[in-house]
Write a protein that binds this ligand. Structure first.
Ligand code: SAM
Length: 190
């Protein structure tokens, strides 16, 4: 994915509209469709966690919905720290959002955290996603949203969707939404 540039961005709202504009310009319409799912499903939830933060587009999307608690996990927080972090900390402070930042592998024990919604957008590899679901699934109270479930590394590929499907059958979750435009996303619910 692209690395967006931020000129004249001073607030979380400005950051969010700028990163969505640049990601959509580079990757096409509906690339950020999973943001609609975050906004839709976070409504009745208190906590949000994501695996894969990068510069922070989905993190900012969740913050603007003001849940009580947000946990961000990435193997490297360098890109998040280099621009969004101070704006995010200020916004969360003002809006009474507890912000937890974990720089670790999303399949490590240190990444575990109870949450109402989990977004998976980290290493887009089926074996890795299976490990993430096995490790985190039992700590997710309501919804799992996963990005890139129709196209992987530029080619049509349902491997991530198939991992989610198998998880849903084995663990009694339901597939609530499946978007196939652009790279796609899938939402599971209990
Ligand atoms: C596609 S980006 C995330 C995009 C982000 N959600 C957004 O909306 O801008 C994928 C991120 O996953 C992180 N990542 C890759 N492998 C990981 C792993 N094993 N554990 C945790 N994070 C990982 C990368 O460092 C990268 O920042």
């Amino acid at each position: 994915m692209i690395n967006a540039e931020f000129n004249n961005v001073n607030t979380l709202e400005e950051f969010y509209s700028e990163i969505v504009r640049q990601q959509t310009e580079s990757h096409g319409e509906h690339y950020c469709g999973h943001h609609n799912a975050i906004r839709k499903y976070i409504k009745n939830c208190n906590s949000y966690m994501e695996l894969g933060t990068h510069q922070g587009a989905t993190a900012a999307c969740a913050m603007l919905c003001k849940p009580e608690r947000i946990t961000l996990v990435d193997i490297s927080m360098k890109k998040f720290n280099s621009f969004l972090r101070p704006l995010a900390e200020e916004y969360c402070d003002k809006n009474d959002i507890h912000l937890g930042i974990k720089e670790c592998d999303s399949t490590s024990l240190g990444s575990i955290n109870n949450t109402d919604i989990l977004l998976i957008d980290s290493l887009h590899h089926p074996a890795h996603m299976k490990k993430e679901l096995d490790l985190h699934g039992g700590n997710v109270n309501n919804y799992i949203i996963a990005h890139d479930t129709s196209i992987l590394h530029g080619k049509p590929n349902e491997a991530l969707f198939n991992v989610l499907y198998d998880f849903s059958i084995s663990n009694n979750w339901k597939i609530l939404d499946r978007e196939t435009r652009n790279v796609g996303y899938t939402v599971l619910g209990k």
